[in-house]
Design a protein around this ligand. Structure first.
Ligand code: URA
Length: 234
């Protein structure tokens, strides 16, 4: 991306232009070496492993594993490049996503697009999905059993996509993927690992939170650069 364009996207994020500082030793290399194994729902993912994208999407569309199936307009499977290096994972569809059947299409989605473009990634180049495929009524947090029922679908998407990196946006996505109740502040700026394939996973703020708290956009920008560096080393 040319520097003028990047400047424009950074301006959309409310940030100044970033210039690279020489760092003698990269803490990232250490982090990449030391990422702890993450016990996740691998068994469930393997159980689903026969499904290809089409079958999986059909299975999700017909899902009645939890009560959210009764209140959704439609399932929100995920969208993007099936050969993407980057998998972006959010929390759950909101009202607009439930209506349109695509993740991150509201205001938060527009900011997410700008955030990705700021590191040179057009939306079409990544894959975007959520922990939950159905909208929780009133945009409440996903319940633990809803997340547990739905995660195998995401795990199968990951098995099919084989991303080089996962970016968890927001506390709810991060906590569910990493099976932790640690705060987002504790989880960011580290390389976590997801699943049997030990996919590097980086955590950052949810764009909806950043719309409410623009002062933290700078930290999100640090996280995006961190994730880009991780990806370049995979
Ligand atoms: N927030 C999310 O976490 N996911 C969406 O798809 C939309 C808003």
């Amino acid at each position: 991306m040319n520097s003028g364009l990047r400047q424009e996207y950074l301006a959309a994020l409310g940030l100044e232009v970033w210039t690279r500082r020489a760092t003698p030793v990269s803490p990232l290399d250490d982090a990449l070496r030391s990422g702890d194994a993450l016990p996740s729902g691998d068994t469930a993912a393997l159980r689903e492993a026969g499904a290809d994208w089409g079958e999986l999407k059909a299975r999700v569309a017909a899902c009645t594993r939890c009560p959210l199936s009764a209140t959704r307009t439609q399932t929100v499977f995920g969208v993007g490049n099936l050969h993407a290096d980057w998998l972006i994972v959010g929390e759950a569809p909101g009202a607009e996503e439930d209506r349109r059947g695509e993740p991150f299409v509201g205001r938060a989605g527009q900011l997410l697009n700008s955030m990705l473009l700021a590191i040179g990634l057009p939306r079409e180049q990544v894959y975007i999905a959520n922990v939950l495929k159905c909208r929780p009524p009133g945009n409440r947090d996903p319940g633990p059993s809803e997340a547990a029922e739905c995660l195998p679908y995401l795990e199968q998407q990951i098995a099919l996509l084989k991303p080089k990196i996962m970016l968890a946006v927001g506390r709810i996505a991060a906590q569910n993927l990493l099976r932790t109740d640690k705060t987002l502040g504790t989880l960011r700026q580290q390389v976590h690992r997801f699943g049997l394939a030990r996919v590097p996973l980086v955590v950052t703020y949810h764009p909806a939170y950043l719309l409410r708290t623009p002062a933290d956009k700078r930290k999100a920008w640090e996280d995006l650069k961190f994730a880009r560096d991780v990806c370049s080393r995979v």
